[in-house]
Design a protein around this ligand. Structure first.
Ligand code: HAM
Length: 423
């Protein structure tokens, strides 16, 4: 029978990589917490409508990237392609905004998009993100960008290219759409199929088209369509970023691939990633999303970052932390007769906080010691007939290669001392 492989576009996270991910997720959580963000978790599948209404039917995500299925009652469900709509639904559904505003939340977990898999693009991937819900202050747009910035600093990742832009308010975008349509309409016959279709449904998406860079280059810029208040909002964001010491590059072409944004939007790029997958993350303000998904209007801003892509960059830059050995001590018996005593000794060591593997294999002692080395154990504890009789144990320092017999009463202390690099 053929071996069953993991589904296309998915990856197994094996122990060494798991440790690196844990470091990344823990760092994100602790940076977000230092700004007052609290963790939440929402379901990995949601009503399909949450995304079709929230993210927008004319977006790549909803048009061609969702894993959608019917439940047994015939209701359409979708594996979440992104976390913002779900987080907002959760926060507003539980009325958290009625106690304090803004509500600051952070999340981490799996997301799903049916894109063609390649390096940095998977069907199942992981995001960390934050959402700040209930206030439309420009200072909060700057705050979320600062959280992302401090996160990359804490990871030791340099070379971050922060791209910021403003999409203005709904009227600004209506004006801008009209300007784009006026620009593209005479060129309609030269456009690709996607662009021709979107010209009249979602012309902003034409700026994402990779086929004709020069065409995009010459297109009208958003800033020219922004009214005074929108310009003032964005100027305030830029000022706050500057005073926080954050290098932001204004980029008129950053319009984001999801429909719910208004005012500030941003993306974080890194040159260690290539091509369309160069984005480590992105986000921005989404003041209109709450109403789109059936709640009263509620301003909000947030971001999400791709964990696998950040790990690729950290690996390329060599900033991943060294993997700590998972095992401190290996305990083994010389003969099966001392197996029970070895198990008891292992329990004692664990209760002193030492990560201890009990070797239960029926094989020669030298083989057992070799296993201890492969596991990264610093110390092997050996129980033979004499040791059991004398309530003692042989402690072998696998790095220093020395060996001593110690009474059970001081065994844990001896192992701890050796693990600390002592003696
Ligand atoms: P997004 O730009 O669609 O934004 O995704 C954020 C990041 O998730 C991307 O920059 C990328 O690093 C990662 N990502 C997306 N798709 C894939 C994939 N197929 N494989 C690997 N990584 C991927 C959002 O999702 C918004 N919810 C961000 C946000 C939060 N806006 C406001 N609040």
């Amino acid at each position: 029978m053929p071996e069953i492989a993991a589904p296309r576009g998915t990856r197994d996270i094996l122990p060494d990589e798991y440790a690196a991910r844990r470091w990344l997720l823990d760092t994100h959580r602790s940076i977000a917490e230092s700004f007052g963000y609290r963790s939440i978790e929402t379901p990995v599948f949601e009503a399909t409508e949450l995304f079709s209404r929230g993210v927008g039917t004319e977006t790549d995500i909803v048009e061609k990237q969702m894993f959608t299925f019917d439940d047994r009652g015939g209701r359409s469900l979708t594996l979440r392609p992104e976390g913002t709509a779900g987080a907002l639904r959760a926060v507003l559904g539980a009325h958290l905004d009625q106690a304090v505003r803004p509500v600051r939340v952070q999340y981490e977990g799996p997301f799903f998009r049916a894109e063609r898999p390649q390096a940095g693009r998977q069907h199942q991937f992981t995001q960390v993100g934050i959402e700040c819900i209930g206030d439309r202050s420009a200072a909060l747009d700057a705050e979320i960008i600062e959280v992302a910035w401090r996160f990359f600093e804490a990871l030791g990742i340099t070379g971050i290219r922060l791209q910021v832009n403003s999409l203005g308010n709904a009227e600004d975008r209506t004006r801008y759409r009209a300007a784009l349509v006026a620009y593209y309409e005479p060129l309609e016959s030269t456009l690709c199929d996607d662009c021709r279709r979107r010209l009249h449904t979602n012309p902003l998406r034409l700026l994402d088209c990779k086929r004709d860079a020069a065409l995009v280059e010459r297109a009208p810029v958003l800033w020219d369509s922004l009214d005074k208040a929108s310009r003032a909002h964005f100027t305030a964001v830029l000022r706050d970023l500057e005073s926080a010491g954050i290098d932001a590059v204004r980029n008129d072409r950053v319009v984001r691939g999801l429909d719910y944004y208004s005012d500030t939007v941003f993306e974080i790029w890194h040159d260690a990633l290539q091509g369309a997958q160069s984005s480590l993350g992105g986000g921005g303000r989404y003041d209109g999303l709450a109403e789109l998904i059936g709640f009263p209007a509620m301003p909000a801003t947030g971001y999400a970052l791709g964990v696998e892509r950040i790990l690729m960059v950290a690996r390329a830059l060599g900033t991943l932390p060294a993997i700590e050995p998972a095992v401190g001590a290996l305990v083994c018996s010389v003969e099966p007769a001392q197996a029970e005593e070895a198990a008891r000794v292992a329990r004692t060591l664990r209760s002193s906080g030492i990560h201890t593997v009990l070797d239960v294999a029926d094989r020669r002692l030298d083989r057992k010691l070799r296993t201890a080395g492969r596991l990264g154990a610093r110390v092997a504890v050996i129980i033979g007939e004499n040791e059991e009789a004398a309530a003692s144990a042989v402690v072998r320092d696998l790095e220093g290669r020395s060996q001593q017999t110690v009474p059970s009463a001081v065994l844990a202390d001896t192992v701890l001392r050796l693990m600390g690099g002592g003696e």
